[in-house]
Write a protein that binds this ligand. Structure first.
Ligand SMILES: Cc1cc2nc3c(=O)[nH]c(=O)nc-3n(C[C@H](O)[C@H](O)[C@H](O)COP(=O)(O)OP(=O)(O)OC[C@H]3O[C@@H](n4cnc5c(N)ncnc54)[C@H](O)[C@@H]3O)c2cc1C
Length: 328
């Protein structure tokens, strides 16, 4: 078990069906007016600014809702991003695809393992005594995978951790259809403009490999809310506050973005091979790495020259095998 941070010493993997309800009720309890089943179809513009949204509840008539600022938190296919013409930048092509589903009969904890053949497996216990199982493979495997997902899924477990493959065949019972997804390219989109801002996948998406999408969406929502508050309370000009959000988002997320895109290639460059190999030899350093992934430990604890030296000293990596430069 990791050390507690702000009283939190565990990680949970709730299904979206539960998590989305928790978030919606949290918003209600915090005083938001929540409209369910309201689809935004367009934005309302006035003199070059976004001044509201247009949409309908269910099949009801279209109506406009006015606002001082409109936040597009509407995911990858964001209507807000499309309507304001948000530009994509720093795009990095997606390396892989994912298949996942939910299983009974497996008493497995959390696993995250990369094999040699550009294949990866992950497992997470979730609600209702189910375990979510996922495989991620390089796109070069997609054609053969599609032809026989069941056997390819099992074969990937056999390939990466043979004992888990055996147990999956004898004990695992798939309870739901496979969910396949060819990951979209990694991207940033312009995060703000006159009267609008984007947050979460609407404005910034990266491969699910490091499981950082929601964590970043929450982090950036908090970052944006603080700036919107400054704008609404007239502590600061709204457009200036939103521009500050965009710059801070890009600056603070850059290392995570680069790390995720690199790891998602499933073929580690020498630097990461050395560092992650060293980390995996020691539980304390593994916990530190998990803390970085959870966003509660600063990346410099490992990925600074001092951090790396301490890691190599403690786990006993010989001087001539140490790596310090991610670009090498
Ligand atoms: C297979 C997979 C595994 C992942 N695993 C993890 C993980 O382990 N950990 C992690 O942190 N992240 C993970 N992610 C990433 C994570 O799911 C996303 O980064 C995160 O959901 C982004 O949140 P969001 O609120 O920006 O967008 P979304 O979760 O996509 O939510 C957007 C919402 O906007 C609504 N919406 C869209 N258009 C409209 C419209 N026109 N009008 C009204 N509503 C609209 C949608 O219905 C939806 O409710 C994973 C992603 C995938 C694909």
């Amino acid at each position: 078990m990791a050390d507690a941070v702000d009283g939190v010493d565990a990680i949970y993997c709730p299904r979206r069906t539960l998590l989305d309800d928790i978030l919606l009720n949290g918003a209600r309890e915090a005083g938001c007016e929540v409209l369910e089943n309201f689809s935004v179809t367009d934005l309302v513009f006035s003199e070059g600014r976004v001044v509201g949204v247009r949409g309908r509840e269910g099949r009801g008539p279209e109506r406009d809702l006015r606002a001082k600022v409109v936040i597009g938190a509407d995911g990858f296919h964001s209507t807000v991003a499309k309507r304001v013409g948000a530009r994509s930048y720093n795009v990095r092509p997606a390396a892989n695809f994912i298949y996942y589903s939910y299983y009974q009969g497996l008493d497995w904890g959390l696993h995250h393992k990369t094999g040699h053949n550009l294949r990866w497996i992950g497992t997470w216990p979730t609600n209702d005594d189910l375990t979510m199982l996922a495989v991620i493979c390089n796109r070069s495997h997609l054609k053969e995978f599609r032809q026989d997902p069941e056997n390819q899924f099992l074969a990937t477990f056999d390939d990466v951790v043979p004992d888990m493959g055996k147990e999956l065949r004898s004990q695992g019972q798939r309870m739901e259809p496979f969910r396949p997804m060819r990951n979209p390219d990694n991207y940033y989109r312009t995060a703000q403009g006159p009267g609008w801002a984007l947050v979460g996948d609407a404005g910034y998406h990266k491969d699910p490999f490091t499981g950082w999408g929601m964590a970043d969406a929450f982090l950036h929502a908090e970052m944006l809310a603080a700036r919107v508050h400054e704008g609404l309370s007239q502590e600061r000009d709204m457009d200036e506050a939103l521009a500050d959000y965009a710059a801070t988002r890009d600056e603070e997320s850059a290392p995570v973005y680069d790390f995720t895109c690199t790891l998602a290639e499933l073929d580690l460059p020498p630097f990461y091979r050395t560092v992650l190999g060293a980390i995996s030899q020691d539980q304390k350093w593994t916990n530190t790495m998990l803390g970085i992934i959870a966003g509660v430990v600063h990346g410099d604890e490992i990925f600074s020259p001092e951090g790396l030296q301490k890691l190599y000293d403690e786990v006993g990596v010989p001087e001539d095998e140490r790596a310090y430069d991610p670009g090498a």
